[in-house]
Design a protein around this ligand. Structure first.
Ligand SMILES: [Fe+2]
Length: 333
């Protein structure tokens, strides 16, 4: 089957891209933002809400660092995360701080805090499913050559579809603390003539180099406390300036509502990939930390040796079970 005949109802590449931009424009209509880009949104979180989100992130990372209940400040966390002697057994080579049994409650509270911000934006009816668990990611200021050469290294420009994420996904990046000025991220726009032809799973981000060379960098400087919504048709990468410190960000993905024929097309593009995030409907996603708990069974001790060796896969979240909380409110006599 040729690539064009695989399109839903034989729609041309350029028309698919126009439809994608229209779907994204609906998000832009609802979410307050600055700047004007076709497939990228820059939303500044209200200051009080961001303060709460930053605090919950500090509480979660302090639990990962086993501080004995003390909550470290953002500055102390950056200092500890930059110290090579500090052991974080739950940190993957791609920098994910995976939730373990030891910090189940802290992770659920962080999710609850972020879910409140998302619910307040009121765009969930445009979405189909949301990734769970969301990623808490430490991006080191100093690149480790062994990690830079990994097939799915985030410092190589890429679309998340190249790592197996679905082609109807939008990535949310939220820089929370640390050196966003020098340990940053950037987005690139492929030439519109490519349409959606580049949204296929690759075994190495290097295989997309020809597309990266034709793409133009989007002029946007990320800041702490902003949410960057980027459609997966854009490319992105981690950028580092020499001497930069580490940064902590939250990232997750949402899948947009489309038609059944487009969903089938997305599955064909994705192929047999088993990579990619775990997605659930927003109604389930937004209950986490309030009516349900994500329960992580593996302990920090059990995973101590697991993430030391480089892994080929694109880092996705820790396995978990959902625990329904009894929210029946009994009358108190
Ligand atoms: Fe990515």
């Amino acid at each position: 089957m040729s690539q064009s005949s695989a399109h839903p109802q034989g729609i041309a590449e350029s028309d698919l891209l126009m439809e994608r931009k229209s779907r994204f424009a609906e998000l832009a209509r609802l979410i307050p933002h600055t700047g004007s880009y076709d497939l990228l949104l820059d939303h500044e979180i209200e200051a009080g809400l961001f303060k709460a989100l930053q605090l919950q992130t500090c509480i979660y990372i302090s639990a990962c660092l086993v501080t004995g209940g003390r909550v470290l400040s953002a500055e102390e966390i950056v200092e500890r995360l930059s110290d090579r002697r500090v052991s974080l057994p739950n940190k993957t080579p791609n920098g994910l701080l995976l939730a373990k049994a030891d910090m189940t409650l802290e992770f659920n509270l962080l999710h609850k805090c972020f879910a409140r911000i998302m619910s307040g934006l009121g765009f969930d009816h445009l979405t189909d499913v949301w990734s769970l668990p969301m990623n808490v990611r430490v991006v080191s200021g100093q690149a480790d050559p062994a990690i830079l050469n990994r097939p799915y290294a985030s410092s190589k420009a890429h679309s998340d579809t190249w790592a197996g994420e679905p082609a109807d996904s939008v990535l949310l990046n939220v820089p929370i603390l640390g050196d966003i000025g020098r340990t940053s991220l950037e987005w690139l726009e492929p030439p519109p003539a490519l349409g959606e032809s580049h949204l296929k799973t690759l075994s190495d981000f290097n295989d997309g180099e020809a597309i990266v060379r034709q793409s133009s960098k989007i002029d946007l400087t990320p800041k702490l406390g902003h949410i960057y919504f980027s459609d997966c048709a854009l490319l992105h990468r981690t950028v580092r300036v020499n001497g930069g410190g580490c940064r902590v960000s939250i990232d997750l993905r949402i899948r947009m509502k489309t038609t059944p024929s487009y969903k089938a097309y997305v599955e064909r593009l994705r192929g047999p990939s088993t990579l990619g995030s775990h997605y659930v409907p927003f109604q389930l996603w937004q209950r986490v930390g309030t009516e349900t708990l994500m329960v992580f069974e593996e302990t920090m001790e059990e995973c101590r040796n697991k993430y030391r060796t480089p892994q080929a896969s694109y880092g996705t979240g820790a396995p978990f079970k959902m625990l329904e909380l009894n929210t029946d409110r009994a009358e108190v006599a």
